[in-house]
Structures are given as structure tokens and as C-alpha cells.
Design a protein. Structure first.
Length: 170
């Protein structure tokens, strides 16, 4: 099924096509990786709804991305419970080891780092969402291990292998 057919099938489950905007955006994002303007317009056209309604949802919810994101989108919670458990230290560490600032993507396109207001998992604080998965009770060691697992899953060199190899050119 192409994107249009998938969106039409999703919309058929709702009495009002406007109610299908979020499922349609999820379908479109899965298809394109993110939701640039032309894709948002296509979703609007398929559903026959006002473009502003589609844009409102796509730009309000942190699960939608109007700009390209890395293969792994690291979304660190920066709400109260996580902040009390030192999530700001984890953010600084992630920025350092990835060589990017919050909102940035690594040059290899592997990681995008952002913060989110709340992931609704305060019992796991500090918590970070990677794709659809939550990782909680984080500290620097757990962050480093997670990054190594993600790199390995993508076929990249792990941080431990990089450290053992020494600086480039040696």
C-alpha cells in the first residue's frame, strides 16, 4: 500500500476525517522520515481538511518532525522530576560525546539530540526516549552504554572501540 492508501484506510476508521490527522501524520512521517511542508500539504489534500489543522498538529507535538532527524532521535526529558535527578548533566554529557548541541544532528546523521517537556515517566527519571523506546534511571555510564548499543545496531564503531584505537592518525 502506498502512503495515500494507508492514510485513506486510517481515515475510514473515523467519523470525521479531521480526527485522522494524527494517524495520517504518523503514516507520512514513517514514509518520509520527517514532515516537510509538501508532505503536510499532501496529508491535508488526502484528508480534505484545512492545511492549518495539519500544520498545527505537526508543529505542536514533539513526536512529529518537520526537519530531518538522525537515525536515532535522542529525546531527553527536561521536566521537573528529571531535572531534580540531574538530567542537565546528562544533556551536557550527550552534547560533549556527540559533538553537537541540543537540537543538532551528528554529521553522520546517526543521532539527533533534543529535549522534551515531559515523557510521562517520572518514576524512571531521568528518562530519554529513543525512537519508540524509553530508557530510564539514566546516568553517564548508562548513556554511554546506550550510545554504544545504538552505534553497534547501526554498524558504527562504539565509543569503547574509538577510545581503544586512540586519536585518528596514530
Amino acid at each position: 500500500m502506498n502512503m495515500r492508501e494507508k492514510i485513506e484506510a486510517a481515515a475510514a476508521r473515523y467519523p470525521d476525517r479531521r480526527s485522522a490527522i494524527m494517524p495520517a501524520l504518523l503514516i507520512a512521517q514513517k514514509e518520509h522520515g520527517h514532515l516537510p511542508g509538501p508532505v503536510l500539504e499532501e496529508v491535508s489534500d488526502i484528508l480534505g481538511v484545512e492545511r492549518v489543522w495539519v500544520y498545527e498538529l505537526a508543529t505542536f507535538y514533539t513526536l512529529f518532525h518537520t526537519e530531518p532527524v538522525g537515525l536515532f532521535h535522542l529525546q531527553l526529558c527536561d521536566n521537573l522530576s528529571c531535572m531534580l535527578r540531574r538530567s542537565e548533566d546528562l544533556l551536557r554529557h550527550l552534547e560533549t560525546v556527540l559533538g553537537i548541541e541540543k537540537g543538532g544532528t551528528t554529521p553522520d546523521g546517526l543521532f539527533t539530540l533534543s529535549t522534551v517537556e515531559c515523557l510521562g515517566a517520572c518514576e524512571m527519571a531521568p528518562v530519554m526516549q529513543v525512537g519508540d523506546d524509553y530508557h530510564g534511571d539514566l546516568d553517564i555510564a548508562r548513556i554511554d552504554a546506550l550510545l554504544d548499543r545504538l552505534r553497534a545496531a547501526a554498524g558504527q564503531t562504539t565509543g569503547a572501540e574509538l577510545a581503544a584505537a586512540g586519536p585518528p592518525g596514530e
